[in-house]
Design a protein around this ligand. Structure first.
Ligand code: ATP
Ligand code: MG
Length: 462
């Protein structure tokens, strides 16, 4: 390495968060906390318990649970060798390069699939894995679980779309597939949004049939789409073969008129599914939950069935879905468990917060206790100030105790800048007389108080 290069390397440089990830900063984090606290409270009233999951799982869990053919697994997942096996991975990589084969193969040719791990792109897979791993089918059914935290999808970052984003996720596993379960899960998320004051909330529901009736509908859809194939874009043309349901998802303007003329699944449900769908709608009505029906709301995976739903909110532009959910009765079995009913949803927390901010919910509205600034001068006053700070904080007040002595004028200026409501002035006079000075910054009013009266006096002003 040349000297110049070494120097360059030594030079400190600034770092930036990796593209698609971001820092959440105060005061916005106060709103995040309020949202999460509300979720804990509301979900608990519906009998849900919190589960905390690892952020990494075997790649195969997601390949199975989310689906090998989905964009999430195919294009967006962040997968790497288990760090304990890095050296083995590189040894095999070097070996395969030195053999000079043009074909590099896939990552899993270099290490067994079980040694490849992924950052979780969603939470349902982990919840179902945990349900099986901890034999939760032996608990009273259904088991109602929720979780929240970061998810990772390496897609193109834009407003409301990040590579590290946050979800609040709830799942009901086991028990029956009675329509009341679907309706109660939906009622819970709607209650949560209402409690937060989320605006422009719109719930869309659909029924996508089951393994008895959906295959016939898919064939019919494929046949109808084939008739207009030339007029569709390349993505949809491909999906006619691979997954015709996904064509219904298309946002491409030029395809909309054609798609609108396609057969609706509601007209092709078997009697059990039709009955179940009527039941879900009735149960929603009993709960006063308003919904719209959207026949184009689908899930591309086989184990998704019957109820699917999506919730949109205001202020989000084209990324306006804040929650997606549905029934997935085949999933636990696919992950090695017993046949188990399942339904759940995932809320995009970043978008939820964005919508709240866009509609004027100030993070500052979070009720903090008022700020009290302690302006102190002199060594004796400092000891008293430390004691006062401790007592006030124990009583729940926010207290700013300056770490170095400063003149009263400067201290009060600082208190003002921080938005403090009160300043406690402690100098030699105050310490020797035991009469402290409390100043209300808004109007400059000063009062003399004894140490023992201070907390009570402040509490009355809240
Ligand atoms: P989209 O069609 O917007 O990509 P999706 O179908 O991939 O959504 P789901 O897998 O259903 O989304 O996830 C549930 C919710 O998580 C979405 O409704 C959305 O609010 C949120 N979400 C998904 N991907 C991202 C992301 N990259 N950044 C922020 N939020 C996201
Ligand atoms: Mg997506």
């Amino acid at each position: 390495m040349s000297e110049g290069a070494a120097k360059k390397e030594d030079k400190p440089r600034k770092f930036q968060a990796i593209r698609g990830t971001r820092d959440l900063l105060p005061p916005e984090t106060a709103l995040w906390n309020r949202v999460e606290q509300t979720a804990h409270e509301v979900f608990a009233t519906f009998g849900f318990g919190e589960i905390r999951l690892p952020i990494v799982e075997e790649v195969e869990l997601f390949a199975r649970a989310v689906g090998q053919e989905t964009d999430i697994v195919n294009k967006e997942m962040c997968t790497f060798p288990n760090p304990m096996r890095f050296s083995e991975f590189y040894r095999r990589l070097r070996e395969s390069v030195s053999k000079g084969t043009n074909e590099m193969g896939t990552l899993t040719d270099l290490l067994p699939e079980s040694e490849m791990i992924s950052l979780r792109p969603e939470a349902t897979a982990g919840v179902c894995r945990a349900y099986v791993e901890h034999n939760m089918q032996q608990l009273p059914q259904p088991v109602k679980l929720y979780t929240m935290g970061p998810m990772f999808r390496w897609e193109r970052p834009q407003k409301g779309r990040y590579r590290q984003f946050y979800q609040i996720d709830a799942e009901v596993l086991g028990g029956t597939d009675a329509p009341a379960i679907d309706a109660e899960v939906i009622e819970m998320v709607m209650t949560f949004f209402e409690r937060l004051g989320l605006e422009g909330v719109q719930l869309d529901i659909n029924c996508i049939g089951d393994k008895n009736c959906r295959p016939k509908y898919v064939e019919l859809l494929r046949a109808e789409l084939s008739k207009v194939k030339d007029k569709l874009g390349p993505d949809s043309q491909r999906r006619i073969e691979t997954n015709p349901l996904r064509v219904l998802d298309s946002k491409l303007e030029s395809e909309q008129k054609l798609i609108e003329r396609m057969p609706h699944i509601a007209d092709h449900l078997c009697e059990e599914c039709a009955e179940n769908y009527r039941g879900v709608k009735k149960e929603l009505e009993l709960r006063g939950v308003k919904y719209g029906e959207n026949w184009r709301l689908v899930r591309g995976l086989d184990y998704y069935m019957r109820t699917t739903f999506e919730i949109t909110a205001k202020g989000l532009g084209s990324q306006n879905a804040v929650c997606g959910g549905g029934r997935y009765d085949g999933l636990v079995e696919l992950l090695g468990g017993l046949p188990t009913k399942g339904i759940g949803f995932a809320i995009g927390e970043d978008r939820l917060i964005l919508s709240l901010l866009e509609t004027g919910h100030s993070p500052l509205a979070t009720r903090h206790s008022p700020l009290l600034y302690i302006a102190w001068m002199g060594e004796k006053a400092y000891t008293t100030a430390i004691r006062a700070a401790k007592n006030l904080r124990n009583a729940g007040f926010r207290v700013e105790l300056p770490p170095v002595e400063q003149k009263f004028g400067k201290a009060l200026g600082q208190a003002d800048k921080l938005g403090a409501r009160f300043a406690l002035i402690l100098g030699d006079n105050e310490v020797s007389s035991g009469e402290w000075t409390l100043k209300t910054l808004a109007d400059g009013k000063q009062e003399k108080l004894g140490e023992s009266d201070l907390v009570e006096h402040l509490k009355k002003q809240l």
